[in-house]
Write a protein that binds this ligand. Structure first.
Ligand code: R5P
Length: 310
């Protein structure tokens, strides 16, 4: 087994490597003066089972291109099997045509990864599970739920919890986490009754006096989350925290969360957390390396990955 890291999240790749006790393969991924990506793998890869760890987080296009070029280099170096490990799969939200003459970019990205030469994909909390079907190669979609459960038990023990999906699309994910911790489910139903009128937030479920945990795959601008937190508190919730797998946190999102009514926002480190996140009391970062590393070990040993979630 060999592990190669792109530049998107080196600390995570190093932690995975430490967990597996497999050093990162020596490689250089750098830029020419005109910003083209250049990759050189400095170890023999012939016949190896190689895992390329790269989140396609911002700058998504650069990180995607790095991933594709690393895979190409490995294929030409006669690696036996190449697994693209995408802790965060960017472009996943573009998984359907929102209107005429628009792309399905998630499918295009899947095509590119396959065309580059990947034999497998390993990722975590895909925006929609059916994106697995965009690939014609085996694709494992891991869930952060087990690491969230451990954190919830240590952080919120003794509180009467309720899990809340911030939109109708996230109900399956939220219910699954609720089942693991024995908590009831509520749903935020966002609706714009008439064009031009502001959105109304209806809460499905009685959240009064409950400690609410919002659950989602992505926090990007923070709008969905902060608005949902406000609506829950207006409906009588005692406190609102959130468990979100991928901390995209673009633009002013960190400030927005810092100034929000959320008690705590827990994210994983699938995307490398910035200094602003690490130094904020509002945020907590949950390590994901062991879960991903264990799935990689099982993949290389040809053991069950799904049993990690039993
Ligand atoms: C949408 O369906 C996703 O699950 C997230 O709820 C969304 O991407 C969050 O975006 P934002 O933080 O910008 O509201």
């Amino acid at each position: 087994m060999k592990i190669i890291a792109g530049n998107s999240n080196l600390p995570l790749a190093e932690e995975i490597s430490a967990y597996l006790d497999v050093p990162l393969a020596e490689s250089t991924v750098r830029r020419f003066a005109d910003n083209e990506v250049f990759v050189e793998i400095l170890e023999n890869m012939r016949g190896e089972d190689v895992f390329v760890v790269q989140s396609t987080s911002a700058p998504a296009n650069d990180h995607l291109m790095e991933l594709l070029i690393i895979i190409d280099a490995l294929r030409r170096a006669s690696a036996r099997r190449i697994t693209a490990v995408l802790p965060y799969f960017g472009y996943a939200r573009q998984d359907r045509k929102p209107g005429p003459r628009t792309p399905i970019s998630a499918k295009l990205v899947a095509n590119l990864i396959e065309a580059a030469g990947a034999d497998r994909v390993l990722t975590l909390d895909l925006h929609a599970g059916q994106i697995q079907g965009f690939f014609d190669i085996p694709t494992d979609n891991l869930f952060a739920a087990p690491v969230f459960v451990d954190d919830i038990k240590s952080r919120f023990d003794g509180r009467e919890l309720m899990v809340v999906s911030p939109d109708v699309g996230g109900v399956v994910r939220t219910r699954a986490l609720g089942n693991r911790i024995g908590a009831d489910l509520a749903i935020v139903d966002k609706r714009r009754e008439r064009a031009g009128e502001s959105e109304v937030m209806n809460i499905i479920g009685d959240v009064s006096d409950r400690h609410c945990l919002l659950v989602d795959d992505i926090v990007d601008s923070g709008g969905t989350l902060c608005n949902a937190a406000e609506a829950l508190l207006n409906n009588g919730a005692q406190s609102v925290s959130a468990y979100i797998t991928h901390g995209v946190l673009s633009g002013e999102a960190v400030n927005r969360v810092n100034n929000s009514q959320l008690e705590k926002l827990l994210i994983t480190d699938t995307i490398m957390p910035t200094e602003a996140i690490l130094s904020s009391d509002k945020f907590g970062v949950i390590k994901i390396a062991e879960l991903i590393g264990e799935a990689m070990r099982r993949t290389t040993d040809e053991n069950s990955v799904s049993s990690l979630f039993d």
